[in-house]
Write a protein that binds this ligand. Structure first.
Ligand SMILES: *Cc1c(COP(=O)(O)O)cnc(C)c1O
Length: 755
């Protein structure tokens, strides 16, 4: 009996080959086992239980047709083949469309039906699929997905690799890396599920389930790979539908369902692999030798039984002698420029991915980056287009911020209408415009006209609000620097002052006592427990809480008391923000009870991404107001402090193309007259972009592609957009417009490179 086993890589993120070999050796001590590899740098080739090695040229040098013929000869001669690599299995399925009795791997139709993330074949199993979205969607939509899922998301390729992307710049970098390394655009973003990881391994031959076993990871490597685990039988409510699934797929070979079990006991399916897992021998040690079952069924030869030695297994690191025929290379070759990804697979799988993609783009799935871009185009609101069209660009010196008149007006109006709808006789719902986000007088005036308060973090901002027309009793003063600059605190009564620290509180108390300031409400900002923040008064330890309570008791009784908290949902995620909100209400109740002071104003801060704050229905906000009324019946006013939710859409940045550079392989780069000095938020969130046709004046959304827009600054990192696709025929002098630039892009832009 001759058994071919591939996938011998045996590092920290191992392939299953060595485990398969060990299990087969136990079941068939007399068999001749041949290790198949595509690199002599894979340490598993030195494993002593291998009788022979069949080492190929690396995938990129290999003549796939000729190699395929030789594989066929081996199978025809009676050799049995167990693949330890997903991509090799894919290639073999393509090579043998009608299967081969000695190829112990699944067919192409079966592989098609287990493709991530949907894993269509698993629909009968008691598992759910974590929420996901295709990266074919526009950047604007992908950013929204990340916010909705608290930035606890994974970017995954269809076959290998997953990267956590906790922020937009990490997402962009990971998308570039995965697309390049695995030669596919077909990536997806999936919400993280917290829980314990477990797997089901199976072995099947022509649709007959030969065996299955459950394994819970009990210890993992830093990459999340199994280091130790426990093995048990698959329960009947999983096993029965699994048997049906295997039958429906007419599955042959090993397989693994990787899952997470959440706190409620629900199983979530992350992926199904078309091969045995690397921990396969751990199950053999528990008496369940699945590779041997497979070979037994395919060959008709009885396997030696595998006794159960323990139901738990662990890994160790072993040194083995290097085979004389394959000495170590003189020195490991430095992998030019590679970080992580390529080194993880020295077996050359990334090379195979490239090759398969070239031979047959369909095989790895996914459209070409520059193919169907239709659904990657962001939706541009009508008011944006109308506002932009109102400019006569012949007279606009670029780069130039464009104030979006009707957009800004409608944002403030909608906010005012919602406040009005949510307010009742005894509780007012109000907004305070955060001046620092964009201190443009036009925005402050819109805030005034729409019944907003003015929210200031310095006395200069207070005076700016007063100049535009706010009365002192419409001003909310906040932040750690509220006394700066010295000596210009208004003497009139302010609407609310929130103390950022106990020192700040004592200063406010002293100033009120000395008649240097007054405010209708004086309260505290509390520091969010669990989410790190440098702001507010901490309450996460008994001692801190005691200090806070003592301090609140010192506040002047003539002013109403209030509590403020602020945590940017744009950063921590929308779901997490609402969770925090509920926990804050409980803290407010505790503070009321301990201090004897009633919370009369509750200020929930800002930090909302525009689309989240302006979410079309009132549902969430209405429920929030109800909760406040129920839990804090003394509250008379609920304030939020939107900054970027109002300002960000209210300005765009117009720029012109200075130069188009055409490079190899149709790559185009463009230099523009704007720079990161005008778009400092470029790394934090995507901007919707438009191109104006120089001839017709028509505005056209810009989709995703391979072009970089390079800023005018002579600085390596001055790239204002990577991965865009300029319309055909874009020339120097054409106008580009970056929307969504009216928040911190505008206020934090700086003068640079202008002589
Ligand atoms: C900055 C700030 C805001 C506004 O934040 P955005 O992210 O612009 O919405 C609101 N309140 C306070 C106290 C702030 O410092």
């Amino acid at each position: 009996m001759k058994l071919y086993v591939s996938g011998l890589y045996s590092g920290g993120n191992p392939q299953p080959g060595i485990g398969i070999v060990r299990s087969l050796r136990e079941g068939f001590p007399e068999a001749s086992i041949v290790g198949v590899e595509y690199s002599n740098r894979v340490s598993g080739i030195h494993w002593e239980e291998l009788d022979e090695l069949w080492i190929q040229r690396p995938w990129d040098e290999l003549d796939l047709d000729a190699y395929g013929e030789r594989v066929r000869e081996k199978l025809d001669a009676g050799g049995l083949w167990i693949s330890g690599s997903d991509l090799e299995a894919l290639w073999l399925a393509d090579l043998f469309p009608d299967g081969h009795p000695n190829l112990l791997a699944p067919s192409m139709p079966a592989l098609d039906r287990i493709t991530k993330p949907a894993v269509e074949a698993a629909s009968g199993l008691p598992v759910r699929i974590p929420t996901y979205t295709s990266t074919d969607r526009s950047d604007w939509d992908l950013h929204a997905f990340c916010r909705q899922h608290n930035w606890r998301v994974w970017l995954k390729g269809p076959y290998y690799d997953a990267a956590r992307t906790p922020s937009w710049d990490v997402f962009e970098a990971a998308r570039n890396a995965l697309t390049k390394v695995w030669s596919t655009e077909r990536l997806f973003l999936q919400a993280h599920v917290s829980g314990y990881e477990e797997s089901v391994m199976l072995s099947a031959y022509r649709g007959e389930l030969l065996g299955a076993v459950s394994m819970r990871k009990r210890d993992i490597t830093p990459e999340g790979k199994t280091w130790a685990g426990d093995v048990s039988d698959v329960p009947a409510d999983f096993l029965d539908p699994l048997r049906q699934m295997v039958k429906a797929l007419n599955w042959t070979g090993g397989g693994e369902l990787e899952m997470v079990r959440d706190a409620a006991g629900q199983l979530w399916l992350l992926e199904m692999n078309p091969r045995f897992p690397a921990w396969v021998h751990g199950a053999t040690l528990a008496g369940q030798n699945l590779p041997a079952l497979l070979v037994e069924r395919a060959s008709g030869m009885r396997a030696m039984p595998s006794p159960c030695r323990a139901e738990e297994f662990t890994r160790v690191v072993l040194e083995v002698p290097v085979r004389a025929e394959y000495p170590l290379p003189p020195l490991p070759e430095p992998f030019a420029g590679a970080v992580g990804h390529s080194m993880k697979h020295p077996s050359g799988l990334t090379l195979l991915a490239k090759k398969l993609h070239k031979a047959n783009p369909e095989l790895l799935g996914g459209s070409e980056p520059d193919g169907e871009a239709g659904d990657r185009l962001p939706q541009i609101p009508e008011t944006f287009l109308a506002d932009i069209r109102s400019y006569d660009f012949d007279t606009v010196q670029t780069p130039q911020f464009l104030f979006m008149d009707s957009t800004a007006a409608s944002l403030f109006q909608r906010a005012a209408e919602r406040s009005h709808r949510l307010s009742t006789n005894d509780v007012t719902v109000a907004s305070g415009y955060s001046i620092k986000t964009n201190p443009d007088a036009r925005l402050i005036k819109l805030a005034l006209d729409n019944g907003f308060h003015a929210e200031a973090i310095s006395l200069l901002e207070v005076h700016k609000a007063l100049e535009v027309g706010f009365r002192p009793d419409q001003v909310i003063l906040n932040g750690p620097g509220k006394w700066w600059p010295e000596g210009i605190m208004p003497r009139e009564k302010l609407h609310a002052v929130f103390c950022d620290s106990i020192a700040d509180l004592d200063r406010v108390v002293a100033a009120v006592a000395a008649g240097e300031m007054q405010s209708a409400h004086i309260g505290i900002r509390i520091r969010t427990p669990n989410i790190p923040s440098r702001f507010g008064i901490p309450l996460d330890s008994p001692a801190n809480l005691a200090r806070l309570v003592d301090a609140v008791k010192r506040l002047p009784p003539e002013s109403a008391f209030g509590i403020h908290f602020h945590m940017a949902s744009a950063n921590v995620g929308v779901a997490q923000w609402w969770h925090l909100f509920e926990s804050m209400l409980k803290w407010c109740q505790a503070i009321e009870r301990l201090t004897g002071r009633t919370v009369e104003i509750l200020d929930m801060g800002g930090g909302w991404f525009p689309d989240d704050w302006h979410a079309s229905e009132d549902g969430k906000f209405a429920t929030a107001v109800e909760k406040v009324r129920a839990m804090l019946p003394g509250v008379r006013e609920i304030v939020s402090e939107p900054g970027k939710a109002m300002a960000q859409p209210s300005m765009a940045l117009a720029m012109r193309v200075l130069e188009i550079q055409e490079h190899e392989e149709e790559e185009v780069e463009a230099v523009v007259d704007a720079s990161i000095a005008e778009l400092p938020m470029y790394f934090f969130y995507p901007h919707r972009m438009l191109h104006q046709n120089a001839r017709t004046g028509e505005l056209q959304p810009i989709g995703r592609g391979k072009t970089h827009l390079m800023g005018r600054l002579c600085m390596e990192h001055d790239i204002v957009a990577a991965n865009v696709r300029l319309p055909e025929g874009t020339r120097a002098g054409d106008l580009l417009i970056f929307c969504d630039a009216g928040g911190y892009d505008r206020s934090m832009s700086y003068v640079f490179g202008r002589g």
